[in-house]
Ligand binder design. Sequence first.
Ligand SMILES: *Cc1c(COP(=O)(O)O)cnc(C)c1O
Length: 403
Amino acid sequence: MTSSARPADPAGTAARPPLNRRLAEFGTTIFAEMSALALRTGSINLGQGFPDTDGPEEIREAAVRALRDGRGNQYPPGPGVPELRAAVTAHQLRRYGLTFDPDTEVLVTAGATEAIAAALLGLLEPGDEVVALEPYYDSYAACIAMAGGRRVPVTLRPHEGRFRLDLDELRAAVTDRTRLLLINTPHNPTGTVLTRAELTAIAELAVERDLLVVTDEVYEHLVFDDAEHLPLATFPGMRDRTVTIGSAGKTFSFTGWKVGWVTAAPALVSAVRSAKQYLTYVASGPFQYAVAEALALPDSYFDAFRADMRAKRDVLAAGLTDAGFDVFTTAGTYFITTDIRPLGETDGFAFCRALPERAGVVAIPNAVFYDHREAGAPFVRFAFCKRADVLEEAAKRLKSLSV
Ligand SMILES: *Cc1c(COP(=O)(O)O)cnc(C)c1O
């Protein structure tokens, strides 16, 4: 070796980029770019979906108490603390009439995010196909890829003001290689809540083709007007083939606590746990005790929370309509999806990159949640889980788009 030889390249970046092929297509999330843009321009950030006020004081205090009393400061049990597992089963029974065994049919996870990852890692063989509703929550595609699965999108399309599922398209997407259906209702980012007819069709298909179903129901308590959240596990033939995912983050406005859970038949919970134990093993010890108390709050908490979020939705929806957007029916979640074409725009990416300078508001182009980017191009998502005065100011700023 001569003295002029280049030093070795220990990371191998010259020959081969460090990021593996499974994840290479995903890059960094749009949220990083848009949040930086919000900061730089002093914009109101309606991009990412987290509340700007914390959840109930008594639940925060319950977490403080657990911490002080030394509950959960060391590794909690792998399946979750017994108090929380009991609270999850009591909640499923009280709300939906579903019975689960807290010892064998509940698993506490580090938020719904880990539940999704562990479910896919635990249930998929490489090459298995996953039929998922598009637009997707952003972790689905990456987790399917990490598990070596193949995603098969079924696109939700607007019809009479609402994004809906085309049942023929869903049926056509299922092949002999399909292992599971990945469902999300209430649906982020479209704000749609799947109807009884849509869910019945999903359930019938799952039974007929003997498929597993993973269903992300983190917005189960955020349904508005006459929409109703119907858990897939309540449909005929579904209880024992469905992995239901819940989370405290959205329901109790503590998204930083990362307490989620899975309810399913024992063999399915066991498969999810096999993956989960090598991801975080356990998480969020003291918060698990606080969430156990939160789940036992009286119906009045859930009703007031829903009414408050509905009022926020109305403020933002009125502002967006005023500003000239087409606003889709938002029956659930934290989000309103809009169509920008009435504003003379067609490209959501370009629109969202320019919006902070134009109007001082940050939103997310729905196209990032699609494989068929063109299908999502004119749609833009705004979060309304913010204080009313923030939403009113955002509405005022957006008004400048229409003049
Ligand atoms: C926020 C969100 C999650 C993640 O929930 P965590 O409990 O914070 O991990 C999962 N799915 C959907 C649809 C979400 O909007």
